[in-house]
Every structure is written in C-alpha cells, then in structure tokens.
Design a protein around this ligand. Structure first.
Ligand code: ADP
Length: 198
C-alpha cells in the first residue's frame, strides 16, 4: 500500500483535505494528532512517562493530562519539548505502522502536521504538502480556534518555514481559494496515487 504523508502548517487545510480524500474517494486516513491525544489518556501508553516528566501539576482533577499546560511549558522550554517528543514520537510512529498494517486499500493518507520537523519521512512513501498564504492561515485559525492572531503567528513561527517544508514535497495542494477548489486537486492526486500504487 502506498503511504502518503500529508503535512502543512497550522490552518493550511490538512484536516479539510484528509476529510475530502476520505469522504469523496473513500481513502483511509490515519491522524498523528489523534494518536498523540490517545497516548496521553489515562489508558494511553505515554500517560505515566509524561507525568514523570512534567510532575503531578500536569494532571487535572479528572485524571486527564492537561494538554494546554504541556503546550505552554514546551513553548518556553526547548529541553522539555525535546524530552516530550522523545516519549511521544516513537510511540506515534509505532501506532501509525500498526494501523497501516490493518488497512486494506491501494493507498492511505497519513496526516502528520510535524512530519518534517519530527523527521518521520521514512514512514511514508510520498510527501503531500498543503500550502496556503500566511494571511489565510492567520484568519482561518483565529476563526476556527477563537484565538487572537498573535497567538497563531507564534505557532507559525515555531513551525518549519513553509519554503523549507516545500523542498520536501513530492506533491503540493494550494489552498488559497474556496474549499470547492480543493476537490479538483484532490481528484487529480487520487488518480495519480492509484496509478502509482499499482
Ligand atoms: P489544519 O488541519 O491544517 O490545521 P484545517 O483543515 O482545520 O487546517 O483548516 C483550518 C480552518 O480553515 C478550518 O476551520 C477550515 O474549515 C478552514 N478552511 C480550510 N480551507 C479553507 C478554504 N479554502 N476556505 C475557507 N476556509 C477554509
């Protein structure tokens, strides 16, 4: 099965696009963010290690790990970010590999927001980068997450530069127009991936 890694900056349209691959073309989607969230649940494989790293103050009354607390800590502390990634990334990678094994399809889409930053290129066969201009990113995320644009700007700055990301792209979707404009680009890629998957 051909493994397509879908990546792009915050608010570029990864979720929108993976949903379209699934709903229009019935292509299975694996979501690295969803896997990360599950790893942090009390039943998850990273729960205890993460509490050991951040201390009990990262645990809410509900016993859930406070992901906002983690985000704020690693935003200001690079060492903590690296240690957290050392716990999470290998487990995400293992879970992606296990999900791939259970899928029966010509190709699948694996959404990995930090594909390049976390050096996970080797688990995919091709890299599909979603691109949108910064103004769109700021507007769309501020609306989606009901946050201010300065906050979005900080997140964009913490991610790899979009030109740098594009250097790794085998395929590119441009998402500067209407959501409907994505349908055609996705249909063309769908045909291409089916042909490559033979
Ligand atoms: P990502 O998963 O990359 O963070 P999303 O797919 O969630 O990005 O898109 C960010 C927000 O922008 C969502 O609210 C989505 O509905 C919206 N969006 C995506 N593409 C477009 C578009 N072409 N025009 C308008 N809004 C869009």
């Amino acid at each position: 099965m051909l493994r397509i890694g879908l990546t792009g900056g915050i608010g570029s349209g990864k979720t929108t696009i993976s949903n379209l691959f699934h709903s229009v073309h019935n292509i299975p989607v694996i979501d690295a963010d969803e896997i990360s969230r599950e790893l942090l649940l009390p039943s998850g494989k990273a729960y205890h290690e993460v509490i050991n790293l951040f201390g009990s103050s990262c645990v809410l009354e509900s016993k859930q790990i406070d992901r906002k607390f983690l985000r704020e800590k690693i935003f200001i502390n690079e060492d903590l970010r690296i240690l957290l990634e050392q716990i999470i990334h290998p487990k995400v990678q293992a879970e992606i590999t296990s999900q791939i094994e259970s899928i029966n399809s010509r190709y699948c889409i694996i959404v990995i927001p930090l594909l390049i930053e976390s050096n996970m290129q080797s688990i995919v066969d091709r890299i599909l980068v979603v691109e949108t201009n910064k103004q769109n990113q700021l507007n769309r995320v501020a609306t989606r997450d009901r946050c201010d644009k300065d906050h979005v700007e900080d997140i964009i700055k913490s991610q790899i530069d979009s030109n740098e990301r594009l250097k790794h792209a085998d395929d590119i979707i441009t998402n500067n127009g209407e959501p409907e404009d994505l349908i055609l680009q996705i249909r063309q890629l769908h045909q291409k991936y089916l042909a490559l998957a033979i």
